[in-house]
Design a protein around this ligand. Structure first.
Ligand SMILES: [Zn+2]
Length: 342
């Protein structure tokens, strides 16, 4: 094994050192710096460099809490490698509590890897990517569903790549949606550059959801164990796992009528023919019942109770009979709903 080396940005974080950094990625009209909070923990022992990123979408807060806890969790004495924690990647969106970069309405997660002469989002992405992502060997990017929806805890990963399969499996999520990332996303840019990266989707925007946060912290633990950063750690395998092809095995159920939506399901495993929700008019004279077209998992669900024709109601993925049996067993024993769906 080679000797541990310093992590270099504008300065150096030596082996055995923890550094809390405010790193400038842009500036405001007022000429004030726009800075991202970053923690670098450089282990005393040699090993891979791993990034964790949160709040690329400024209102997605579960990951911010995960990264805060991860950054405080490991001492350099224990760590064989380096952990790079980017607490808030989109400070303007975070301050405004909104998804995109305010005023420009630009999506930072469609702007990676960015360029020095790009628009505002592309320049911010470039500063983040060049400085903190490129030096890494792998990474985990934390998201939630967009506002007015919630999402089941799951991983998104390019499962046709063996190096990504190892990472996605090690994180220990039950459900993995397999598919290429959107162009310009951090996951897509980094994975394309040979830095295996997964996205973790967890719960709702604008909230801390402790059960999901706890599970994601365990997921990071498990990844660090798998890649040798925590040699005495254990890789955490979940009870059941299902890899779903994001292109073929899922569908969005949409409203065909306008009205008030009342969800009827009580857990995310739904069977063909069951009622998911009803949509009624304001006079309660007309009721549309929306039923499940195939047995599967509700990965995403609308939380805004009003809908117009075409509005997405829920995101359903199909699962095979064996997985259904596994999930039903977990529901019976009480393991399932706690850990996957809040
Ligand atoms: Zn997001």
């Amino acid at each position: 094994m080679s000797a541990p080396t310093a992590f270099r940005y504008d300065a150096e974080v030596d082996p055995g050192e923890v550094r809390h950094i405010r790193y400038e990625i842009s500036e405001t009209y007022m000429g004030d710096p726009v800075e991202i909070p970053v923690t670098v923990i450089n282990g005393e022992h040699d090993g891979p460099t791993v990034f964790c990123t949160a709040a690329i979408h400024g209102d997605e807060l579960n990951g911010v809490k995960v990264v805060q806890e991860v950054a405080a969790r490991y001492s350099p004495e224990r760590l064989h490698g380096t952990l790079v924690c980017l607490h808030v990647c989109n400070p303007p969106g975070y301050l405004a509590q909104q998804r995109y970069i305010p005023i420009y309405d630009l999506d930072l997660n469609r702007s990676f890897p960015g360029k020095p002469n790009a628009n505002a989002a592309g320049r911010m992405a470039h500063a983040i990517y060049k400085t903190f992502i490129e030096p890494c060997d792998l990474g985990v990017d934390f998201h939630t569903s967009t506002r007015n929806r919630t999402t089941m805890y799951h991983v998104r990963a390019a499962m046709e790549r063996p190096e990504v399969v190892r990472l996605a499996r090690a994180f220990g999520s039950n459900l993995i949606l397999s598919g290429d990332a959107d162009s310009g996303s951090l996951r897509g840019a980094a994975t394309g550059d040979g830095i295996p990266t997964i996205t973790v989707e967890m719960g709702k925007a604008h909230r801390f959801q402790p059960a999901l946060i706890e599970r994601a912290i365990e997921g990071v633990d498990s990844v660090l164990a798998e890649y040798g950063l925590l040699p005495t750690g254990a890789v955490n395998w979940p009870g059941w796992t299902k890899v779903i092809d994001a292109n073929t095995d899922k569908t969005w159920l949409r409203a065909d009528t306008g009205g008030l939506v009342e969800m009827q399901y009580d857990q995310p495993l739904v069977h063909r023919g069951e009622t998911i929700c009803t949509i009624t008019d304001h006079f309660k004279k007309r009721e549309k019942v929306v039923t499940v077209p195939f047995t599967g998992l509700l990965v995403g669900v609308l939380q805004n109770p009003v809908a117009a024709p075409g509005h997405p109601l829920c995101h359903l993925v199909s699962v095979d009979d064996a997985t259904v049996a596994e999930i039903e067993r977990e529901i019976e024993t009480g393991e399932f709903s706690e850990q996957a769906w809040v």
